[in-house]
Design a protein around this ligand. Structure first.
Ligand SMILES: *Cc1c(COP(=O)(O)O)cnc(C)c1O
Length: 451
């Protein structure tokens, strides 16, 4: 056997969608059988095509099919699947050290990520951060911080909210099946109030906020509330954009009542909506911001960032975790942030919006099965309904997604009623691939709507 220092020559990455077999193909189906014997049934996969490599917004599967990715692994690979800055920094960090535990012997990468978060999140007040591994962990810790800082217990969340799958965040999440069903009891002192869902409640933002605030004041008591936690655009709940004025009204009420306003920007953060953070759209400055997903180009990292005095309310040792702010994940985040800055990915998100929205709107007019088109930047969705009504059509939604999958385009669905197709392409996706994927989606909608 010969050894060589030079890298193995690699086949050039594919540049187009390619259907080699049916999807999933025979190799993926064999893997799916192996999986059935070894992997818990509770972990489901949207499209069981087993991926062997990915780049440039394309996923190559074990059968040689090349799929266009409109999901980014749920809004994670915003900078692409293997962005060079992320890969280089991960390689370098892995060769230096993989872990020490920041709570045992610290390292610079963690500090650098917290500095970047202070700079990038909304508001120019003094900010600090603490790092974790997942979005749910970030949300849980935002609640810990808010409770300690305020000495209060109640946590207010909204209809259609999604905050994660740990015990506290399940309790904060709205939808029962599949997230909560059978998993109780849930943590106490979590209260759900109506949010803003303009397509379904018909309320202007300030009106919807008044309804929520009235509920909080009458049923919980403003002075009992530690935190109001909300997604500036709701993700799993259906890509629901609150009506203008809703977020600012909730934010000012929090300020007036000594309540910590927590923006769960786990899905909306890091350029996804055309701003660094979705809160910026209405100039809302949250007290705490939870981030994860897009932060580190695919490596597990999450953060709570916010007012220094809030973050410092918890004494030494009160926050942390073995892996929180792992050095390789921090290196990846620094590479992802650099890529977002240098490639102007907020602008890319807007480019995607400009290309996709008019086409979805035209389709809504032509087919009559789309009740609402919404979203911002590269977080866009169509809500499917029975023609002439606003009755959710989950079955049609499922068929449209399946038709896209069969044609090699990975789209995801979401929504309390399961009737929303959502688009979350990598922000780096080219106009050509975007266009090709959209054409597949348009055809799927047009044909399935006629069945
Ligand atoms: C995905 C998500 C979470 C949970 O993040 P995990 O990393 O899966 O724990 C929390 N909040 C929002 C808004 C999310 O989209």
């Amino acid at each position: 056997m010969t050894t060589s220092t030079a890298a193995e020559p690699q086949a050039p990455a594919p540049r187009q969608r390619r259907l080699q077999t049916e999807i999933p193909g025979p190799v993926s189906r064999a893997l799916q059988e192996r999986r059935a014997n070894a992997v818990a049934a509770g972990v489901a996969s949207t499209l069981p095509a087993y991926i062997t490599s990915a780049s440039g917004g394309l996923l190559t599967d074990a059968d040689g099919n090349v799929l266009i990715d409109f999901g980014s692994g749920i809004a994670v690979t915003s900078v692409g699947h293997s962005a060079p800055e992320v890969v280089d920094r991960v390689r370098e960090q892995a060769s230096l050290f993989t872990h020490t535990c920041f709570m045992v012997t610290p390292y610079e990468g963690y500090v650098e990520v917290c500095e970047a978060l202070a700079e990038l999140t909304p508001g120019d007040h003094a900010k600090k951060s603490v790092l974790f591994n997942s979005g749910a962990e970030a949300v849980e810790n935002a609640v810990k911080i808010a409770r300690t800082a305020t000495g209060r217990q109640a946590v207010v969340v909204f209809d259609h909210a999604y905050h994660g799958r740990t015990n506290l965040t399940m309790g904060m999440t709205a939808k029962s099946v599949p997230y909560k069903h059978g998993f109780g009891p849930f943590a106490p002192e979590v209260y759900r109030v109506p949010g803003s869902y303009p397509y379904r409640d018909g309320l202007a933002g300030p009106e919807a906020a008044r309804q929520a605030i009235d509920r909080i004041e009458k049923q919980i008591g403003g002075d009992q509330v530690a935190a109001v936690v909300l997604e500036p655009i709701q993700g799993e709940g259906g890509f629901i954009e609150p009506a203008p004025g809703f977020l600012p009204a909730i934010s000012s009420w929090c300020q007036a009542n000594g309540v910590v306003f927590v923006a769960d920007e786990v899905q909306t953060g890091f350029c996804r909506t055309g701003n660094w953070f979705a809160s910026e759209h209405e100039d809302v400055v949250p007290d705490l911001v939870c981030t994860a997903k897009g932060i580190a180009g695919g490596l597990p990292l999450a953060a709570v960032t916010g007012r220094a005095e809030l973050l410092d309310a918890v004494g030494p040792g009160g926050l942390g975790g073995t892996y929180g702010g792992n050095p390789i994940a921090c290196a990846a985040a620094l590479g992802a942030i650099e890529t977002m800055r240098e490639d102007g990915l907020t602008g890319s998100a807007k480019r995607i919006e400009e290309l996709v929205l008019p086409r979805l709107r035209a389709l809504a007019t032509e087919t009559g099965v789309i009740g609402d088109i919404r979203g911002r930047g590269a977080m866009l969705a169509a809500e499917f309904v029975k023609p002439g009504t606003n009755e959710p059509d989950a079955d049609l939604t499922k068929r449209i997604a399946a038709a896209c999958h069969a044609q090699g385009v990975v789209v995801l669905t979401c929504g309390t009623y399961g009737n929303v197709v959502r688009l979350l392409p990598p922000l780096s996706l080219s106009n050509e691939l975007l266009d090709e994927g959209l054409a597949v989606l348009e055809y799927a909608i047009a044909t399935e709507a006629r069945k």
